[in-house]
Write a new protein. Structure first.
Length: 110
């Protein structure tokens, strides 16, 4: 339901020339599938993922893929399985405020 609503809303917004950035946190990458993208092949085309941006501090723009006119996707993969554990085990090492501010910059520039 969440994926359907997100992708349908994104499609409708793109039809009225609004730019949309979808941040997919689902390890199954259902958003990519909805837009006809193979998540396994995305990993070959896009070097980084949301996990890399949040945990490793990689520029989130390096995890973006255009899936349709006016719709970009911040890709995710099965690395997100360990996201909670990585953060919970050493929360001080991962200042989420800084990481999410990087995502905010990407959103504002899109």
């Amino acid at each position: 339901m969440k994926t359907s609503m997100t992708t349908n809303l994104a499609a409708q917004l793109s039809l009225i020339d609004k730019k949309v950035l979808i941040v997919d946190m689902d390890i199954q990458s259902d958003v990519a599938v909805t837009f006809g993208q193979n998540p396994d092949l995305l990993e070959e085309d896009v070097e980084f993922s949301l996990y890399d941006a949040l945990i490793k501090g990689v520029d989130p723009k390096k995890a973006l893929v255009s899936v349709d006119k006016n719709i970009d996707l911040l890709v995710t993969n099965d690395d997100m399985l360990s996201f909670e554990f990585d953060v919970l085990l050493d929360a001080r090492q991962f200042p989420m405020k800084k990481r999410f501010s990087l995502l905010k910059e990407v959103i504002e520039k899109n």
